[in-house]
Design a protein around this ligand. Structure first.
Ligand SMILES: NC(=O)c1ccc[n+]([C@@H]2O[C@H](COP(=O)([O-])OP(=O)(O)OC[C@H]3O[C@@H](n4cnc5c(N)ncnc54)[C@H](OP(=O)(O)O)[C@@H]3O)[C@@H](O)[C@H]2O)c1
Length: 380
């Protein structure tokens, strides 16, 4: 066991990934010191977490509840992500809200345990360039990218092909016609993972898997042509890598995000955590695989195409999706409208091929406004 204590900041501590990060911290006493916690609206849970972990800093974005904590300092997520005393920053704030803190952590040369997908998808070129410049380490938390990372340990990436697995979500096997009537409540019932609402809807549309293709491209420097998606409903194989000689490595485990979170936080060492469930092989009678249905789930192709297009296209993709998902959750648009809004927004965007960060922010803002306009025309 390592004898140094990691100073940890957890952004999004009240969410699914944030809470599981704190479970890992509890399960491995003496390894981590929580110095900052950031939440959105759930100030009640943040209060409990502050009482338990006594961090020096906190943040929440709840405008209605101005609860403050007298023994802690309120600072922004960007400040928290770049605190000199912080070693590792867990970014588990969803959507566009994760980009600025991710960049702040990268530019401060931190270890960034990255759960937020949208930041790497929207601004992958800027983040990866800055990570190299400021010697920051991006440690993937997503189970698929953690699996690929583990498969690549000790291996060459030359001629390697990535196979990203997907559970297929709650609507696997449905036709486009059947999907028309699907409600947010039905879409929120994920068969294998318990996650926040945005990522759960993104899993139901397969948009999430498209984002993961783009993330994998940036994280591992693998061309899009060598990244494929395979539906694997049992979610036991978290992803695979095929190497130059034809050998394939896979990483397997019970679907439980504490494992990839812990792998990132304790990177370099495999630590015994008995709370993480083990596979009972006598209970696994089969592992199934099938091709994803791009016709019924057009978000997957939209995302992969935007990734290949590059420039500002992925930022527009993410922003349009964020608007579409929130409108779907509010019952204002139908399930199939999510893909339609994203497609129409992308079609109307003038791509900037080599964007600066300002271009990415501008594309994001434009896409949010444009997607709302299209949604209003849909509702009429
Ligand atoms: N959950 C998973 O299994 C999983 C797996 C892979 C990747 N991810 C990715 O990890 C990220 C987090 O997912 P999640 O499932 O943990 O989401 P979640 O359960 O919805 O939690 C989101 C967290 O971020 C906070 N938050 C939301 N908006 C904020 C804002 N504007 N400012 C500050 N804090 C804000 C929330 O605060 P309140 O709750 O206090 O409002 C909560 O703490 C997403 O990007 C997702 O794609 C998740």
């Amino acid at each position: 066991m390592t004898d140094s204590i990691t100073n940890l900041v957890v952004l999004g501590s009240t969410g699914s990934i944030g809470r599981q990060t704190l479970d890992v911290v509890r399960a491995l006493p003496g390894r981590f010191n929580i110095i900052g916690l950031a939440a959105g609206d759930n100030t009640a849970l943040l209060k409990e977490q502050i009482k338990e972990f006594n961090p020096q800093y906190y943040y929440h974005s709840n405008k209605k509840d101005q609860t403050n904590f007298p023994n802690q300092r309120y600072i922004s997520m960007e400040e928290m992500a770049s605190l000199p005393e912080a070693d590792t920053i867990v970014v588990a704030t969803p959507g566009g809200a994760g980009l600025k803190p991710t960049l702040a952590a990268v530019r401060a040369g931190k270890k960034v345990a990255l759960s937020n997908k949208e930041s790497l998808v929207s601004a992958g070129s800027v983040i990866m360039q800055d990570a190299a410049k400021y010697k920051a380490a991006i440690l993937p938390v997503d189970s698929e990218h953690s699996a690929i990372w583990q498969c690549f340990e000790g291996e060459s990436r030359k001629f390697a092909k990535i196979i990203l697995t997907a559970s297929g979500g709650p609507f696997r096997g449905y036709t486009k016609k059947q999907l028309e009537a699907m409600t947010p409540e039905q879409a929120l019932k994920h068969p294998s993972w318990k996650m926040g609402k945005k990522v759960t809807i993104d899993s139901a549309t397969l948009f999430n898997k498209g984002m993961e293709v783009i993330e994998a491209h940036w994280l591992f420097g693998i061309p899009y042509e060598d990244i494929s998606v395979l539906v694997h409903p049992q979610s036991i194989i978290h992803s695979m890598v095929e190497f130059a000689d034809g050998s394939t490595k896979a990483q397997l485990g019970i679907p439980d995000m504490r494992l990839p979170i812990q792998y990132a936080l304790t990177y370099g060492e495999r630590v015994n955590n008995r709370e993480i469930p083990r596979i009972d092989w006598t209970k696994i009678d089969k592992l199934d695989f099938e091709q994803p249905d791009m016709e019924a789930f057009p978000c997957l192709k939209l995302a992969i195409d935007a990734g290949k297009e590059g420039g500002t296209a992925p930022a527009v993709l993410c922003a349009a999706d964020e608007v579409a998902v929130s409108l779907f959750l509010a019952h204002r648009i139908k399930f199939n409208h999510i893909a339609e809004l994203i497609a129409r927004t992308l079609e109307n965007h003038q791509i900037i091929k080599q964007p600066a960060l300002a271009d990415i922010y501008a594309a994001d803002e434009w896409a949010r406004e444009t997607a709302v306009d299209f949604a209003n025309s849909l509702e009429k």
